[in-house]
Design a protein around this ligand. Structure first.
Ligand code: 80O
Length: 386
């Protein structure tokens, strides 16, 4: 009974792992792709969301704010802002029918999104145009209507119509079949608030003031020449990023256009800082995105301000020093906590900078693709999904 839907999908499952050879599991035939949308239950209708339209963006914002992912103890819920959603879902090359809503009497009750990416898998030869899926959300009041599988099948159909046959996504839950199970870590920036909202807890021997001293940070970053990224840095950041990502088994290759979109600072969305040496040479950069969580029930606070590690490239500055500066910069921007996964080279700084392991894991998935060795280690993952 478990994973009734996922057993019907082209994902490697335990007993056939050895039979499948690396690469696509099913070869798609464009002519066979269904031309009309999947059927919805009565009164439900498909709706392409235009995030540039204020009213429609508000509808998406409210659906996610009230019904999207919560932590395992249901104390926090992600609260993506409209400006963040426009950053995440309107990248260069976006398709207007890949932001899919389901409405009942003009009210948005379901959502799922795709953005076009070219994923490099395991070696330079495999450059696969595919979709990156995110924001699957069904209103709490209409769960168990089997709407989620229909949302997944409909976006799959709309991706197939574009002659793309793979997808990449992440989830906190385990369904068939993760390609990597990464762990998340958090570094306290505002110890007192984290304890007051219940994100962190004190053991018998710990006190709030001890915790504040333990996690205290300098006022200013250490690295000389560190400053917010500007437009003039795009070419150098693109070079640094593409060179660095070749170290991993899963990564995207970025054009200048894409670096402009994904890394130029946007207030309360994405922060990127570069290290500029003599003659304007950029040798390193760090970046983190803003994803607040609503504190579901707390007398004093409504939100937890969280910065999430994005991409960090250290070619001259030691990675620990660069990330120590990331903590200082995030603290100065008003964040309460700094989160990171144990992917890429993050293991090199997590312990030394006093990150604590979170209580869950984030699983990476590749749809319709068999990897050489089924699983990748977290440090082989070179992609960050928001
Ligand atoms: C603190 O508030 C939370 C509100 C909802 C869920 C979680 C736990 C959780 N599930 N965290 C993550 O998935 C996570 C932890 C560290 C880094 N990135 C993460 O998820 C990102 C990437 C995937 N899409 C959601 C945001 C925490």
């Amino acid at each position: 009974k478990p994973h009734q839907f996922w057993q019907t999908q082209p994902m490697p499952n335990i007993n056939e792992m050895d039979k499948l050879k690396p690469g696509p599991i099913q070869l798609g035939v464009l002519a066979e792709v269904r031309k009309d949308p999947f059927n919805l239950i009565d009164k439900f209708e498909w709706f392409n969301v235009d995030l540039r339209n204020e009213e429609q963006a508000q509808q998406v914002y409210t659906l996610l704010k009230e019904n999207y992912v919560e932590d395992d103890d249901n104390m926090f819920r992600f609260d993506y802002s409209i400006e963040f959603l426009r950053w995440a879902l309107l990248p260069p090359g976006q398709y207007s029918d890949w932001l899919i809503g389901v409405r009942v009497n003009q009210k948005l009750v379901g959502f799922i999104t795709g953005i076009p990416v070219t994923l490099h898998i395991e070696n330079e030869q495999n450059k696969v145009k595919m979709t990156e899926i995110n924001f699957l959300c069904v209103h709490k009041k209409i769960r168990a209507n089997r709407l989620a599988p229909v949302l997944i099948k409909e976006i799959t159909r709309r991706v197939h119509i574009k002659n793309m046959w793979q997808a990449v996504y992440t989830a906190g839950i385990v369904v068939p079949t993760p390609i990597s199970q990464t762990r998340y870590y958090h570094r306290s920036l505002n110890a007192k608030k984290l304890i007051e909202v219940g994100f962190s807890s004190l053991s018998a021997r710990q006190t709030i003031s001890r915790q504040q001293k333990l996690y205290k940070l300098p006022e200013e970053p250490k690295t000389p020449g560190i400053r917010p990224m500007k437009k003039k840095d795009v070419a150098q950041v693109t070079k640094l990023l593409n060179e660095y990502l070749k170290n991993f088994k899963l990564y995207f290759k970025y054009t200048d256009e894409e670096v402009k979109h994904w890394f130029l600072p946007r207030k309360d969305v994405i922060s990127t800082y570069v290290v500029e040496k003599e003659q304007g040479i950029v040798t390193d950069f760090l970046s983190f995105y803003n994803l607040p969580s609503q504190v579901i029930k707390n007398p004093k606070y409504t939100h937890l301000r969280a910065a999430y590690s994005y991409y960090n490239v250290a070619t001259q500055t030691p990675i620990v020093q660069l990330m120590y500066d990331a903590l200082i910069l995030a603290k100065n921007e008003g964040y309460d906590v700094f989160n990171a996964l144990d992917i890429m080279d993050n293991e090199k700084f997590l312990k030394e900078l006093m990150f604590c392991p979170g209580d869950g894991q984030l699983n990476y998935y590749l749809y319709n693709w068999k990897l050489e060795n089924d699983m990748l280690k977290p440090e082989e993952i070179g992609i960050v999904l928001v």
